[in-house]
Ligand binder design. Structure first.
Ligand SMILES: [Ca+2]
Ligand SMILES: [Ca+2]
Length: 107
């Protein structure tokens, strides 16, 4: 085995958007979305966000800002597209938050 290298296509691994980790991440996001979408209608509204993130020290105002920032089609709720888009752009600050969620709630 040792000397047998597998050469991945350049697009796979050199790209900043390697499919592997990205898929992993999206899977994780899908789980998060599912957890937050309490009534399973495919959208996350402020009430669900508040329920899901209750006790995380987030004010109603900051949740509203979160939804507003992510709600690109302005229908007042986040669909999965908007949710992942929001996570993508705010990943760094959200990572801390979701890390806490993981630890405390076994997400
Ligand atoms: Ca919902
Ligand atoms: Ca929306």
């Amino acid at each position: 085995m040792g000397s047998q290298w597998v050469w991945f296509p350049r697009a796979c691994c050199q790209d900043s958007k390697a499919p592997g980790p990205d898929l992993e991440r999206e899977k994780h996001w899908a789980e998060l979305f599912d957890q937050l979408d309490l009534n399973k209608d495919g959208h996350i509204d402020i009430a669900e966000l508040r329920a899901g993130l209750a006790g995380r020290g987030l004010s109603k105002g900051s949740l509203e800002r979160m939804v507003k920032a992510g709600d690109t089609n302005q229908d007042g709720v986040l669909d999965f597209e908007e949710f992942t888009q929001y996570l993508r752009t705010h990943e760094k600050q959200l990572k801390i938050m979701f890390k806490n969620l993981d630890r405390n709630n076994d997400w």
